[in-house]
Structures are given as structure tokens and as C-alpha cells.
Design a protein around this ligand. Structure first.
Ligand code: NAP
Length: 297
């Protein structure tokens, strides 16, 4: 009988990466430049979750010695005005990376990729321009890996998870998460299956997978009994749910796409939510900013 899964501590790994980066940035800057790396973040609208994420990113930048520059635009901002803002940051020699916080407000959402594509390739810190995704697709050394997929791969690496020849199942096929993770796992020699809302018999797909990456955006959707014994489970999902507290009061909490309680009885390794992939996304954003900065200096 299997023991309860070992928990992948994304928070701790992210802290380790930030400490390593802080040292590297200090050393590199001292030797090569009079200016620090700089990340520009554009936030459109007043979605509280997006404002919270951006604040976290600013704090993380400060911690490792990266300057951050925040531009907040009204939810009604037109596509043209947003693109103008991006173009002015493209031309700013002191900016190394440009992050457009997603999702965009409803009125702009359908045009997200067109807007993202106006970010200069050498400042595409989130790696989401079509041009950069092409580089990811062709395993080009100049590719910048999108932050969340890169964070998932880094967790697997730091927990010594073998990918070569293993069966990996990615649940979700978005441009932001599912598709790039599938490519990165493929580049790492896993045999990858990409599942989506039209996949038939997801349970059977899960039963065969050595590695499961859950990115469907559905709270506690993947059940422990679907998993292969000893599988490695990386839960990308962040879903806010309401539950009833001990005093009968309504409470909000974040859960993943995996039913953690049942999955930890079956998996070998598993990420919690929160404290798994989330902190890694921020750490990878810092790492990508530093990488672009080094290319600019
Ligand atoms: P998304 O754009 O909504 O994509 C969801 C994907 O899941 C789609 O490809 C969809 O399939 C698939 N899906 C939906 N229902 C399914 C089902 N029943 N079975 C199998 N696949 C199903 O979401 P996203 O941007 O990729 O984000 C996914 C999750 O990750 C969300 O919870 C999000 O909050 C979270 N996230 C976390 C981080 C982090 O830092 N931890 C970063 C980004 C996103 P179709 O293509 O067929 O519609």
C-alpha cells in the first residue's frame, strides 16, 4: 500500500529561487551596468485579483533588486490607447520586460493575442507573443518560457522528477498554460497527451499518466481515484470557492483543479493550492526579467 504523497513545496522552492536570483542580479549588475533590471507591468481595469497579483509581483521585484514600473489604465481604455502604452514601453531603453496583466477587461478580451503581440519580442517577459511561442515550439535557445509553464517544469526539476519516456497528461490547452506546458514536457522527452473539454474518458487518460498537470480551471475536478498509484500531480488551477466556516459563516478560499484530499492518498508527489505553482509563476517572472536584462546589457 502506498504512503500519503509527498507535498511539493512551491513556496519554499520559489523562495530559494528568489534568494539565488538576488545574489546573481547583484553580482551581474555590479560588474556590468549602472542600472538595475526593470519590469514594466500594465494593468487594465479594476479586477481585485489582478491588482493583488500585480502588488505581489512588485513586492517580489523589490526583494530581488529589480525595478518595477506600474501603469494602471481604466477598464474603458481603448485597444489603440493600450497599444500606444505598450509601444512607448517598447521604446523605453530602461525597460527590460513588459508584462500585460491578464485577463483583460471584457471589452478587450477577444483581442488579447493581437494586443500581446505588440510587445517587442526582446521584452516579452511572459513569453506569450506569437513570435516567442513559435520559438518555444521549435525549442529555440532564444525562447522565453511562459512563467507558469516554466514554473511547473522547474518544480519537476527540483524534485528530481524523471520526464524522459514518461507519460504526461496535461489537462487544459490554453495558450497561457496548457499548450506551452505540453510543449515543454515534450521538449523534456515525455510522451504527452493534451486533454480538453471535449476529451472522452478523462479518467482513463489519468489512469495511464505518470505525470498529471491540471490546468482546467475547475475546482477539485480531478479525483484521487482517477490517478495512477505514485503519479506526480502538478495542480495549476486557482479557483475561489465559498465554504461554511466552523461558526456557520460563509468563507472564501482558494482550491486547485485537483481534489487534494483524495489525490494525496494516491499520488507520489503533489502540489498544494495555494503554495504550489502560484509562487513559482512569480519567481519565473523575475527570472525571465533578469534573462532579458542580461540580453540588453
Ligand atoms: P482557460 O483558458 O479557461 O483554459 C481551461 C482549459 O481547460 C481549456 O483548454 C478547456 O478546454 C479545459 N477544460 C475545461 N473543462 C474541462 C474538462 N471538463 N475536462 C478537460 N479539460 C477541460 O484557463 P487557463 O488560463 O489555462 O487557466 C487554467 C487554470 O490555471 C485556472 O484555474 C487559472 O486560474 C489557473 N492559473 C494559475 C496560474 C498560476 O500561477 N498558478 C497561472 C495561470 C492560470 P477547451 O479548450 O476545450 O475549452
Amino acid at each position: 500500500m502506498l504512503e500519503t504523497a509527498k507535498i511539493i513545496d512551491g513556496k519554499k522552492i520559489a523562495e530559494d529561487i528568489k534568494s539565488e536570483l538576488k545574489e546573481e542580479i547583484e553580482k551581474f549588475t555590479k560588474a556590468n551596468s549602472s542600472r538595475k533590471p526593470c519590469l514594466a507591468v500594465i494593468l487594465v481595469g479594476d479586477d481585485p485579483a489582478s491588482h493583488y497579483y500585480v502588488k505581489n509581483k512588485e513586492k517580489a521585484c523589490e526583494l530581488v533588486g529589480i525595478d518595477s514600473k506600474k501603469t494602471v489604465l481604466a477598464a474603458e481604455t481603448s485597444k489603440q490607447d493600450l497599444i500606444k502604452e505598450i509601444q512607448s514601453l517598447n521604446e523605453d531603453e530602461n525597460v527590460d520586460g513588459i508584462l500585460l496583466q491578464l485577463p483583460l477587461p471584457d471589452a478587450l478580451r477577444a483581442e488579447t493575442q493581437e494586443i500581446v503581440d505588440t510587445i517587442a519580442i526582446d521584452k516579452d517577459v511572459d513569453g506569450l507573443t506569437t513570435l516567442n511561442l513559435g520559438r518555444v515550439f521549435t525549442n529555440d535557445s532564444k525562447a522565453i518560457y511562459p512563467c507558469t509553464p516554466k514554473g511547473c517544469m522547474e518544480l519537476l526539476k527540483r524534485y528530481h522528477v524523471e520526464t524522459l519516456g514518461k507519460r504526461a497528461l496535461v489537462i487544459g490547452r490554453s495558450t497561457l498554460v496548457g499548450k506551452p506546458i505540453s510543449i515543454l514536457l515534450n521538449n523534456a522527452n515525455a510522451t504527452v497527451t493534451m486533454a480538453h473539454s471535449r476529451t472522452q474518458n478523462l479518467e482513463a487518460e489519468c489512469a495511464m499518466a505518470d505525470i498529471v498537470i491540471a490546468a482546467a480551471g475547475k475546482a477539485r475536478f480531478i479525483q484521487g481515484e482517477w490517478l495512477k498509484d505514485g503519479a506526480v500531480v502538478v495542480d495549476v488551477g486557482i479557483n475561489a470557492i465559498t465554504h461554511i466556516g466552523s461558526e456557520g459563516e460563509e468563507r472564501r478560499k482558494l482550491v486547485g483543479d485537483v481534489d487534494f484530499d483524495s489525490a494525496k492518498e494516491r499520488a507520489g508527489l503533489i502540489t498544494p493550492v495555494p503554495g504550489g505553482v502560484g509562487p513559482m509563476t512569480v519567481a519565473m517572472l523575475l527570472s525571465n526579467t533578469f534573462e532579458l536584462y542580461q540580453r540588453h546589457i
